[in-house]
Design a protein around this ligand. Structure first.
Ligand code: ADP
Ligand code: MG
Ligand code: ZN
Length: 691
């Protein structure tokens, strides 16, 4: 192999390459490029990564390879020996691993060297130094040295050059790298368990995602029109803040989206940002909670700093409960979370609503939130993003099937009917599953059957998670709610029924009947209290009439009605024996602890218990009678409710009006209402006259 050090000249094109390279280097150093890089770094694009290490190692190895290249052509020892015998080799360097044979002696080499230097000095082309070098793997041949002696060959042994670079690499870098790798894996695991990642320590901003030009709009969110209505104001403010600041109006700083998982809270927040065409800063509550104390707080600070620079904008904190858990009542304190929460509160107080930053947050557990978060000036406005009803489900599926080819005979309304209790995320998943099934089956479009199969799959999953009620339970719930509603409709002075729903809500409620108070109440008469008890008992009474069975679904109603009955007796003095006597003393100073104190004897206690059960018994019988009388109405309204899931007040009243007995009952109630208000008016007039 030829080893000619003198041949290391740059080729003719080298110059151009150099220029090119220099230009590029200059370009890279330009201020705007640097700025870009800093921005990238800030956004966490240049993340410290294991792959950088791999890259470095590869580059080093390649360099090592290039610089320490030895002549790679090795000849056989016999050939080498022959060349020695023939005098082709005049000088031999012996190392442990190789013999190198040179076809020049040291003297010749020295002369060549001198010539070359004088050539260089005199300006002529430098002559060649060195010559051919042969290389062989040595054999323990005792005749070899004598042979060289006899030929008068210069030979010398040399210790092999130690490759310090490689040694360091092997003995230091590799083990360290290995340790580092293990360390990383371990902490990653720990991080996953604790919901944080140690590797991102110190890179406060790595998880703040700022999105601009969102293309999510309100039309992409279906089935929660009421929540949208409430958020439109927020959008309007972000779009035209002047309109509000001119008048001096206050816009909420924080809006909390509350609702079961998968109902589209995150989606809704994005839609708000999209509609308002502002930057959207998103961060999950869990991202704030780090292993190191102070990191979460630093992140909050950073988040708000970035947001203020980008105003108007929206900060969205997903899963707020991860940091916002109530501090009171916790057995162990979590310093980190507390600090983070405090920082959040401080930041929220620190800017006024005219700065154009609005904070949205989402949670599916509003009840665990720290009350401090819900105080005025913070998340004082709550928007419920509830599970969708029939129409909502159909609309959601329409949205998600926009890009999916559906068979002509697919009726999304029917599919919506088959999916009570499903949330938006479930429905999106169903469409996707069905599309996959169609592809797997080689069909050109998604058939009804595909959808049904997808629903079944999802139902199985949801049942495991206890999030669905079965059809029979649904029926019971429907009768129960209709029972409440009917009793409410027929009870004098009761608030009108606004809505009956059997769309399951989060937290255990299977359905609900909503009554809107017609006016603010500070006082309630005995009749009204009893009316409340009646309405509460209506649910269970309806169940008993239809199924002749009791269920656990009424537990909350029973608790509430019993409370009312007890208060009537012990606090309002409305019982036969203790008319106008209070039997409890309320503690209202918080130092004494909330609650009430008994101020009566054992026998009184017995009387109270008996009186409560007597009252309940009496009212239950009356309610049973009322509902039995209107059993047709109970059936027809329940049927309708099972069909549409949510019955509005107009529909409800229309159904009652269709029924003869129902109409008569309503008339009766009206008369009683009239009497009450007449009495009130007369009294009012009298007082007016008097003053
Ligand atoms: P949440 O934050 O309430 O848990 P997400 O907003 O993350 O729910 O919803 C998950 C996905 O489910 C969304 O990306 C969307 O595809 C779908 N989705 C949920 N709710 C709706 C809805 N109301 N309308 C349309 N799509 C929805
Ligand atoms: Mg979410
Ligand atoms: Zn009930």
């Amino acid at each position: 192999m030829e080893n000619n050090p003198k041949d290391k000249k740059t080729d003719s094109t080298g110059q151009d390459n150099n220029d090119d390279w220099r230009k590029r280097f200059k370009d890279e150093l330009k201020p705007e490029k640097m700025e870009q890089r800093v921005k990238k770094f800030k956004n966490g694009k240049y993340r410290f990564s294991f792959w950088y290490f791999v890259l470095v190692i590869v580059v080093l190895t390649i360099l090592n390879f290039l610089f320490l290249r030895t002549p790679d052509e090795v000849i056989e020892f016999s050939v080498f020996k022959e060349k020695v015998e023939l005098g082709e080799i005049k000088r031999v360097k012996m190392t442990n691993s190789f013999y190198y044979g040179m076809n020049y002696t040291s003297n010749e080499y020295a002369t060549q060297m001198v010539n070359s230097i004088t050539d260089r000095l005199t300006g002529t082309d430098p002559s060649v130094v060195g010559g051919l070098v042969y290389k062989t793997v040595p054999i323990n041949d005792p005749t070899f040295v004598p042979l060289m002696e006899s030929r008068g060959i210069e030979y010398y042994a040399e210790q092999e050059k130690r490759n310090y670079f490689l040694e360091i690499l092997v003995s230091w870098v590799v083990p360290l790298l290995f340790l580092f790798f293990i360390w990383r894996v371990i902490f990653k695991k720990m991080g996953n368990m604790g919901g944080s990642n140690v590797m991102s320590f110190g890179q406060n901003n790595s998880k703040i995602v700022a999105e601009e030009d969102l293309n999510t709009r309100f039309k992409d969110v279906a089935g929660c029109e009421e929540s949208k209505d409430e958020l439109i104001e927020v959008v309007d403010f972000l779009k035209t803040p002047d309109k509000y600041t001119a008048i001096g109006g206050k816009i909420p700083k924080g809006v909390l989206l509350v609702g079961p998982p998968g109902t589209g809270k995150t989606l809704m927040a994005r839609a708000v940002a999209g509609e308002a065409e502002v930057t959207f800063f998103r961060m999950s509550g869990a991202d704030f909670v780090e292993m190191f104390v102070g990191v979460g707080a630093a992140r909050v600070r950073d988040l708000f700093k970035q947001a203020r620079e980008k105003a108007p904008c929206i900060i969205f904190i997903d899963e707020l409960d991860a940091i916002g858990k109530s501090r009171a009542g916790a057995m162990s304190t979590n310093d980190e979370r507390e600090q983070t929460l405090n920082q959040l509160l401080v930041e929220m107080d620190g800017f006024d609503s005219t700065s154009g930053v609005i904070i949205l947050a989402a949670t599916n557990r509003p009840e665990v939130l720290d009350p401090a978060l819900l105080r005025p000036g913070r998340f004082d406005r709550q928007v419920l993003v509830d599970k969708p009803d029939l129409l909502g489900r159909e609309a959601i599926m329409k949205i998600h099937s926009a890009n999916v080819k559906l068979d002509e005979n697919v009726d999304l309304k029917e599919i919506a009917k088959a999916t009570p209790g499903f949330v938006g995320a479930d429905l999106a998943n169903i469409i996707n599953e069905a599309a996959l099934l169609a592809v797997r089956g080689g069909r050109a479009a998604v058939s009804t059957h595909d959808l049904e199969e997808a629903i079944e799959k999802t139902i199985a999953g949801l049942e495991k998670k206890n999030r669905l009620i079965n059809p029979r339970e649904r029926e019971i719930v429907a009768y129960h709610e209709t029972g409440h509603a009917l009793v409410a409709a027929f009870t004098p002075d009761a608030d009108p029924v606004q809505k009956i729903s059997i769309v399951p809500r989060g937290m255990g409620a299977l359905g609900y009947t909503l009554q809107t108070p017609t006016e603010d109440r500070f006082l309630m008469t005995q009749e009204e209290l009893i009316g409340r008890i009646d309405i509460l008992l209506g649910g269970r009474a309806a169940e008993q009439i239809i199924f002749d069975k009791l269920s656990t679904g009424a537990s909350n109603d029973i608790m509430k009605s019993t409370d009312i009955a007890r208060n009537m007796i012990t606090e309002y003095g409305m019982s036969e024996r203790f008319r106008n006597v209070t039997l409890t003393k309320r503690n209202n100073g918080y130092l004494e602890g909330a609650g009430s104190q008994k101020e009566y004897s054992e026998s009184t206690q017995q009387y109270i218990d008996e009186e409560i059960s007597r009252l309940m018994e009496e009212r239950y019988a009356i309610v049973l009678e009322l509902l039995t009388k209107h059993i047709d109405l109970l059936e027809s309204i329940t049927d309708h409710l099972l069909d549409v899931e949510v019955v509005s007040s107009e529909e409800f009243m229309a159904l009652i009006a269709k029924d003869e007995k129902g109409t008569a009952q309503l008339e009766e109630r009206k008369e009683q209402d009239m009497k009450v208000s007449e009495r009130a008016q007369v009294k009012g007039r009298k007082r007016n006259d008097g003053t």
